[in-house]
Design a protein around this ligand. Structure first.
Ligand code: TYD
Length: 137
């Protein structure tokens, strides 16, 4: 599962007037986008995430500033430093994620495959691990 979570190099249109990046559903990411949300005004030292999703697919982008994303599929872990507006991190279902080390002014944008649904969340790490380890890595 963790191997499916890769950084996506999004298209970049460089221009002296400013650069442009775009994301197209089912072309750059393997899902339709139903929801967009973003974290901003994150105080220094704060940690976000701390959950997993049962079915949701997401693409996480550092629109501004930087932060670290820690991923865990119940078998292995990896950390990705996000610091470019043209890098997306695809996060598939059944991945525990924590986001920390936010720089000042960081904006974390998330493209999600579905509407917000609390029933899709694992909020307890132990419950996530129990279910994640029922399937092979
Ligand atoms: P939470 O999932 O804890 O934030 P994060 O994991 O990114 O740190 O969500 C914080 C609150 O916001 C929680 O009460 C649920 C609510 N929320 C929505 O209502 N809609 C959404 O799309 C999201 C992502 C969260």
């Amino acid at each position: 599962n963790l191997n499916k979570c890769q950084t996506v190099d999004l298209p970049r249109i460089n221009d002296p007037r400013g650069n442009l990046t775009f994301v197209e559903a089912n072309r750059h990411i393997p899902f339709d986008i139903r929801r967009v949300y973003y974290l901003y005004d994150v105080p220094g030292g704060a940690e976000r995430g701390g959950h997993a999703h049962k079915a949701l697919h997401q693409l996480i982008i550092a629109m501004s500033g930087s932060f670290d994303i820690h991923l865990d599929d119940g078998y292995a872990k990896k950390t990705i430093h996000m610091n470019r507006s043209y890098y997306g991190l695809y996060v598939c279902p059944m991945i525990w994620r924590e986001i920390d080390n936010f720089s000042s002014g960081a904006v974390c944008m998330v493209l999600a495959s579905d509407y917000y649904d609390e029933l899709d969340y694992y909020r307890e790490y132990n419950e996530f691990i129990r279910d994640a380890q029922k399937v092979s890595p």
